[in-house]
Design a protein around this ligand. Structure first.
Ligand code: GDP
Length: 316
C-alpha cells in the first residue's frame, strides 16, 4: 500500500489531494497546523508546525512515506508582503527540511521517497516572455515568489543527489474551496450576493492583471502524475489561456445573472500590490506530453462551477 504524506492537507489543494489518494486506497498522513480544526476522515492528521523543522524531520523519518507532497506554506502573494519572514520560513525553509528528511530516510531505508514540491508561477516574477515554460528564467518579484524560487532550486539540488523530486510550477488554480482572500473567490461570492440582492458593491484592486486560471483538482492530478513519472523533473501546470481580472468579473456577473457588472464594482488602491505581475500564462506542453496530463475545465467551466457554488451558499 502506498504511504503518502501531505503538508497543507487542509488547504484547497491538500483536501482534493487527500480525497484522491484515499480513493486510490493509499494510507494518507497529513501535516496540519497545531490547533487547526481539520475534521480528518479516513486519514491521519499530524499536528506539526511547518516552522518546526526537527518535528518535520522526525515525522518523515517515522513514516518513511513512498510519496511526500509539499503543499503547505504561505499561500498568497498578498500575505507574503505582510509577513515576509514567515513566508521565507514556511515556504522556503520547510521545503528544505522536508527534502533533507526525505533523502536521509531514503538513504536509511533503501526505499525511494518521491517528493512533489508545489511550486508557483510567481517564481517567474515579471517574465519577459509569454507563455512561460520550464526554461523561463526564475526571477521572482515578491517574497512569496522568492521563497518558492528557493524551494524550486533546492528541488533541483536534491534531485542531483538522487532524490525523486518533482517541482510542479503551478499557475493560479481555483475552485469553490478557494478562500476569499483570492480574487476569484472574492469575485464569485460577490457576484452571487449582488445577484441575490444581499450586497451592492464589490471592491477590487488591479482589474488589468492577467492570469492563467485553472481548476484545482486538475492541478492535483498533475502532481500525482509527477510523483509517479519514471523520471523526476520540473513541470509547468497551466491552461495556456490568460484572462484579466476584469474578464473574470464580467464572466462571473453574467453567470450570476447580472448583465452589467460596472455599477457594482469599485476599485480601491488599497488592494493594489507592489510588483504585481501584469501577465502570467503558462505553456503546459511538457506536462501534457510527458505526464499525459489534460485539464478538464476551461475558463467558462471554472467560473461557472464557482459562481453556482456561491449562489447555492448565498441562498442557503
Ligand atoms: P495570486 O496570483 O496568487 O496572488 O492570486 P490572487 O487571486 O490573490 O490575485 C490574482 C490577481 O488579482 C493579482 O494580480 C491581484 O493584484 C489581482 N486582484 C485585483 N483585485 C484583487 C483583490 O481584491 N484581491 C486579490 N487577492 N487580488 C486582486
Amino acid at each position: 500500500m502506498t504511504v503518502a504524506l501531505v503538508t497543507g492537507a487542509t488547504g484547497q489543494d491538500g483536501s482534493y489531494l487527500v480525497e484522491r489518494l484515499l480513493a486510490e486506497g493509499a494510507e494518507v498522513h497529513g501535516v496540519v497546523r497545531p490547533g487547526d480544526d481539520f475534521g480528518a476522515v479516513g486519514w491521519t492528521p499530524h499536528a506539526v508546525d511547518l516552522g518546526d523543522r526537527p518535528g518535520l524531520h522526525a515525522l518523515v523519518a517515522r513514516l518513511a512515506p513512498d510519496e511526500l507532497y509539499n503543499l503547505g506554506g504561505i499561500s498568497s502573494v498578498a500575505r507574503s508582503w505582510a509577513e515576509p519572514e514567515a513566508t521565507a520560513e514556511l515556504s522556503g525553509l520547510a521545503p528544505l527540511a522536508l527534502l533533507d528528511a526525505a533523502l536521509a530516510t531514503q538513504d536509511r531505508t533503501g526505499r525511494a521517497v518521491r517528493v512533489v514540491q508545489a511550486s508557483s508561477a510567481e517564481i517567474f516574477g515579471h517574465p519577459d516572455r509569454a507563455p512561460q515554460d520550464e526554461t523561463t528564467p526564475v526571477a521572482p518579484r515578491n517574497p512569496y515568489g522568492a521563497a518558492k524560487a528557493f524551494a524550486h532550486h533546492l528541488a533541483g539540488v536534491y534531485r542531483e543527489r538522487g532524490l525523486h523530486v518533482a517541482s510542479c510550477v503551478l499557475f493560479n488554480h481555483e475552485s469553490p474551496r478557494r478562500p476569499e482572500q483570492f480574487v476569484t473567490r472574492k469575485i464569485t461570492r460577490g457576484a452571487a450576493r449582488i445577484a441575490l440582492g444581499l450586497d451592492d458593491t464589490l471592491v477590487l484592486g488591479n482589474l488589468a492583471a492577467r492570469r492563467d486560471w485553472g481548476w484545482a483538482p486538475d492541478y492535483v492530478d498533475a502532481m500525482v502524475r509527477a510523483a509517479r513519472h519514471d523520471a523526476p523533473g520540473d513541470w509547468v501546470v497551466a491552461t495556456g489561456q490568460a484572462h484579466s481580472v476584469e474578464d473574470f468579473v464580467r464572466a462571473a456577473f453574467e453567470r450570476a445573472g447580472v448583465p452589467d457588472w460596472r455599477p457594482h464594482v469599485e476599485v480601491d488602491p488599497a488592494f493594489l500590490r507592489p510588483g504585481d505581475a501584469p501577465l502570467l500564462v503558462g505553456d503546459p506542453g511538457r506536462a501534457e506530453r510527458e505526464l499525459g496530463w489534460r485539464r478538464t475545465h476551461d475558463f467558462a467551466a471554472l467560473v461557472g462551477a464557482m459562481v453556482d457554488h456561491d449562489l447555492a451558499l448565498a441562498r442557503a
